[in-house]
Design a binder for this molecule. Structure first.
Ligand SMILES: CC(C)(COP(=O)(O)OP(=O)(O)OC[C@H]1O[C@@H](n2cnc3c(N)ncnc32)[C@H](O)[C@@H]1OP(=O)(O)O)[C@@H](O)C(=O)NCCC(=O)NCCS
Length: 169
């Protein structure tokens, strides 16, 4: 099935929570993190806000139906990826990599100097994947205040083994 990536429309927002829930099923493979599969996902209202800020790309199938998304926001000179999800049935076909490339190409063209995110250190499709794409792990003490707050909030939410990463554009 042909997939394409395009900026998200407001109408896509209703469908994105289900995409994220499907994507999170990947964590059922993990003995330690299987509980992530049933955690809360971004709400429709949150998606609408990212879309209004031109901060979401969707991966769509031949019926123009979202099967993946990347959303984020400007954070100083960097652009921060809030969430990257590809529906379970579409995973492992390079779509995640293409969504990151789309965001980094756009961010560079729009004058941002880096792409940032927070992720699990040891999950194979998290930090090791981003490292292969050129992201570098940041020392928590040297992170921006925004990233430090983000890591603290995640820890308070029960997420351990998290790190912040940055791709220099
Ligand atoms: C992360 C995610 C978006 C990647 O999407 P995808 O379309 O499967 O991505 P790709 O096919 O481009 O593969 C991504 C990389 O992860 C690796 N990978 C994917 N699934 C994997 C698995 N089950 N086990 C080990 N490695 C895996 C691939 O080898 C690939 O690395 P490579 O391109 O360097 O070879 C997808 O797995 C997902 O939605 N996961 C659940 C949500 C999540 O973890 N989001 C990231 C939050 S920081």
């Amino acid at each position: 099935m042909p997939f394409t990536i395009r900026p998200a429309h407001n109408d896509d927002a209703d469908l994105l929570p289900e995409v994220e829930r499907s994507a999170a099923q990947a964590f059922l493979q993990s003995e330690v993190l299987h509980w992530i599969a049933s955690q809360d996902v971004l709400s429709v209202a949150q998606h609408r806000a990212f879309i209004a800020g031109s901060g979401t790309w969707v991966l769509v199938d031949a019926d123009n139906r979202p099967q993946g998304f990347l959303c984020g926001q400007a954070c100083g000179d960097d652009w921060h990826i809030v969430e990257l999800s590809v529906a379970q049935a579409a995973q492992g076909q390079g779509h995640g990599r293409r969504l990151i490339t789309t965001a980094s190409t756009w961010a560079r063209a729009n004058g941002f100097t880096g792409l940032t995110l927070t992720t699990f250190t040891c999950v194979p499709w998290n930090a090791p994947f981003y490292t292969r794409l050129g992201f570098e792990r940041l020392d928590p003490q040297l992170c921006s205040e925004f990233l430090q707050r983000q890591l603290a909030a995640e820890q308070a939410h029960g997420l351990s083994d998290r790190c912040a990463m940055r791709l220099d554009l």
